[in-house]
Design a binder for this molecule. Sequence first.
Ligand code: HEC
Length: 182
Amino acid sequence: MRATLRLLVLIPALGLFACKEAPPPPPPPPPPPPFHTILDLKQFMLLVIDPAADGVWDSVKTIMTKKGTEEIRPKTEEQWTAVRASAATVAEAANLLMLDGRARDKNEWMTAVRRLTDTAEKAMKAAEAKDPDAVFTAGGEMYEACRGCHQRYAQRLNNATEGVKDDNKDTAKAPAADAAKK
Ligand code: HEC
């Protein structure tokens, strides 16, 4: 009982003390940024987008040599899952191109990114359906999405890729992943 009483007396006293002596409260710190990117755009392309896209492009292709043609197709459950994961990575990672600091503008850039997500989603669904032809077709559309954006925002890359795409048409190879790299 005594202790309680003493406390009751002390608390208001402390309150007074605090009011008199404490410096004005510092302004609240700014809220931490909601995300923390570590790659610049080129690194993001090279380390995230491109390897994931390769996972789709390399999964279904025809290799032609003098000895004949070799058809590459996913066969095992594991291989199909890997294709699906690669496509899903492209689709979702594309959203990270929309972040402030990466997006070059709020209009055309966003549309170009969305095109990549949509085509990658198509590839993902094709992999879910284990349909190699559909993976190949969606992979081609995905490639066009890369190229379309490079054409608009990285002309330097596009100049180097022009011929490669035409080659693809002639030989029916998978869309050349390398083309986007040059
Ligand atoms: C929304 C626009 C956009 C899309 C979509 C896009 N890119 Fe890019 N990409 C760029 C820009 C811009 C650069 C140039 C970055 C720089 O050099 O600063 C670039 C650079 C690259 C590079 C680096 C090339 C080099 O060596 O300088 C690679 C590789 C690349 N992209 C691959 C891809 C692939 C593969 C896809 C599709 C799966 C893709 N990109 C889709 C905008 C895009």
